[in-house]
Structure formats: structure tokens, C-alpha cells
Design a binder for this molecule. Structure first.
Ligand SMILES: O=C(O)c1ccccc1N[C@@H]1O[C@H](COP(=O)(O)O)[C@@H](O)[C@H]1O
Length: 212
């Protein structure tokens, strides 16, 4: 089971994710987020990530220049595109920068699952996430909102994928059982306050995700 703990902002919580058996850690570079890291801070945290643990840099609707600059500064293994980036943009950046590209997509209904097919070949992985709670929400993700997992049951995926949105230590096992997700991605569900990670919740989440 692949486990991504996202929105980390201290070396202690990165170490906790590593000790708990996470496979990926996420660093958020998006000014509206309570987990936002300036590029210098993201780069210094990235340097503390143990080898074997992959670093994901989360960006939202950044320009090609901003993405190239952020990747050069932070040197992530993966860029997570969490805005409205079209398939061509994701494919271009993946080719130009030589990093893996993940694309987050909001799941509202069966049609939104089908739209994931447009990213096959452009993105290395699709992350199925909940839609933002309202059209004018500040964040497109990271809101602790879930969606109807039954939409994913039996779905024929066109690309590697993962499940995000409202996951917690208490529901991770049921979410994996319901969807067959090969990767789970959590942010709000392992926090003690908005934007502040909790090392015990990180450990509990990883334990639950590995318990099937
Ligand atoms: O975490 C954020 O602040 C964030 C900001 C902008 C876009 C996405 C963000 N987080 C990602 O959203 C999903 C679900 O998060 P949650 O567990 O429901 O809080 C996950 O991929 C986060 O990495």
C-alpha cells in the first residue's frame, strides 16, 4: 500500500511519516493554503526527506515558468497538479522537467471519473479527490471533505491512481476496502489544528492503511 502524507511543514513530521511507513510526503506551495511553504522552506525540508521516501510538490494552476522555478528550487520526485490544469499542460511539464506528474481530479459523479481518461499518458497518476465544499472555497483540496467512494467501486482505471479527500485514521481501512485504492493521500485527517500535523495521527493513519 502506498501512503502519501501531505501538507508537512516540519522535519519532525517528515521523520514521523517515514517512521510510520509512508511512501510519499507532500509539500504544498500554494499561498492560499494553511500548509503553504515558501520555496526556500520547501527546499530545506526536502533536504531532510530520507532516501526511499518520495517527495511530492503540490502546486495549483501555476504557470509553466513558476512550475519550472519551483521544481529547480525544491527538486521533488513528483509534481502534484491540484488545480484546473488541462492534460496538455500536465504532459508538457512532465516532459520538460523530467519529474513524475500527478493530477488531482474532483469526483462529483460518474462523468468526472470518465474525464480522468483524458489524462492517461499525460499524468503518471490520477488522484481522485472530493470537490471543494463551495464554488468560492479558498482551496481546491485539503478541505477534509470526502466523496461517494462507491463511484470508484469496480471502476476500470485508465492510469495508476490514488484516493484522497477526507481520509482519516478511522476511515482509511473502509475507504481502501470500498475502492481498492493502491494509494491513499491524507492531509486534514492527520492534523491537530488546521495546517498543524499530529505525529500520533500520522502513525495511526499509516497503521490503518496497512491493515488490510
Ligand atoms: O492541503 C492543502 O492545503 C491543499 C491546498 C490546495 C490543493 C490541495 C491541497 N491538499 C490536497 O487535497 C487532498 C485532500 O486533502 P484532505 O485530506 O481532504 O485534507 C490531498 O491530495 C491533499 O494533498
Amino acid at each position: 500500500m502506498l501512503i502519501k502524507i501531505c501538507g508537512l511543514s516540519t522535519s519532525e513530521t517528515i521523520a514521523a511519516a517515514a517512521a510510520a511507513g509512508a511512501s510519499h510526503v507532500g509539500l504544498v506551495h500554494f499561498a492560499a493554503s494553511p500548509r503553504h511553504l515558501a520555496l526556500d522552506r520547501a527546499a530545506s525540508l526536502r533536504a531532510t526527506v530520507p532516501s526511499g521516501l518520495k517527495t511530492v510538490l503540490l502546486l495549483v494552476d501555476a504557470s509553466e515558468e513558476e512550475i519550472a522555478h519551483a521544481v529547480a528550487r525544491v527538486r521533488p520526485d513528483i509534481v502534484q497538479f491540484h488545480g484546473k490544469e488541462p492534460p496538455g499542460h500536465v504532459a508538457r511539464m512532465r516532459g520538460a522537467l523530467g519529474v513524475e506528474a500527478w493530477k488531482a481530479l474532483a469526483v462529483r459523479d460518474q462523468a468526472s471519473l470518465e474525464s480522468a481518461r483524458e489524462y492517461a499518458g499525460a499524468a503518471d497518476r490520477i488522484l481522485f479527490d472530493a470537490p471543494p465544499p463551495s464554488p468560492d472555497a479558498a482551496l481546491p483540496g485539503g478541505n477534509g471533505e470526502g466523496f461517494d467512494w462507491t463511484l470508484l467501486a469496480g471502476h476500470r482505471h485508465a492510469a495508476p491512481w490514488g484516493l484522497a479527500g477526507g481520509l482519516t485514521p478511522a476511515n482509511a481501512r473502509a475507504a481502501i476496502a470500498a475502492t481498492g485504492a493502491p494509494l491513499v493521500d491524507v492531509s486534514s485527517g492527520v492534523e491537530k489544528a488546521r495546517g498543524v500535523k499530529d505525529v500520533d495521527k500520522i502513525a495511526a493513519f499509516c497503521k490503518a492503511a496497512r491493515s488490510l
